[in-house]
Design a protein around this ligand. Sequence first.
Ligand SMILES: O=P(O)(O)OC[C@H]1O[C@H](OP(=O)(O)OP(=O)(O)O)[C@H](O)[C@@H]1O
Ligand SMILES: O=C(O)c1cc(=O)[nH]c(=O)[nH]1
Length: 214
Amino acid sequence: MHDYQRRFIEFALEHDVLRFGEFTLKSGRTSPYFFNAGSFDTGSRLSALGGFYADAVAAAGLEFDVLLGPAYKGIPLAAATAVQLADAHGRDVPWCFNRKEAKDHGEGGLFVGAEPRGRLLVVDDVITAGTAIREVIALVDGLDATVAGVVVAVDRRERGTGELSAIQEVERDHGIAVTSIVTFDDIIEYLQETGRFAEHLPAVRAYRERYGVA
Ligand SMILES: O=P(O)(O)OC[C@H]1O[C@H](OP(=O)(O)OP(=O)(O)O)[C@H](O)[C@@H]1O
Ligand SMILES: O=C(O)c1cc(=O)[nH]c(=O)[nH]1
């Protein structure tokens, strides 16, 4: 694990973004941990979060034309990443987000912000079973655009529909590069290294055994 990954985990723990307990996920799985990006709930926290994303995008060397934040939680994440790419990396990139319901008055449409065209880099919070990412791929189908990459804070490294991880499936089926700030393995390593939240480690390991990939 890199130092910035350790700092990111501590940053998430400090603001109760990363929590341990019992949580029902979108996939229906019951997880012993949860990453709630919505709890980065002040300007400075969102700014710092955007900094982690922007650094991950820059480090991965991902080629893209437009950032896309899927509704809902992807929206502030894409915005914060765009701000930090401009301020800290000197890259003023277009960004946009979608509405969950198309709007038929005013400016109308499904997308807000820059036109989603060319190579899109999707900015979201986590990947679990990969449903949300597949929804975005379907959303841009028919546009003059392709999803070229995905960046998330946490790759939960869980199985998708088969034995591969959700990310491996998305990479295999759509040729999309996926990058994350941290993975579930980094979180487990952090718990082991520091002895923090030791009471949750058995449930975390059992979950990894049940839903994780090798
Ligand atoms: O990989 P998956 O199994 O799809 O799970 C992960 C997705 O689930 C949640 O989104 P949700 O649809 O709840 O949307 P929200 O952003 O509106 O909270 C979360 O924000 C991820 O995007
Ligand atoms: O799979 C999910 O629904 C999910 C997992 C997680 O850690 N955080 C989140 O917001 N959603």
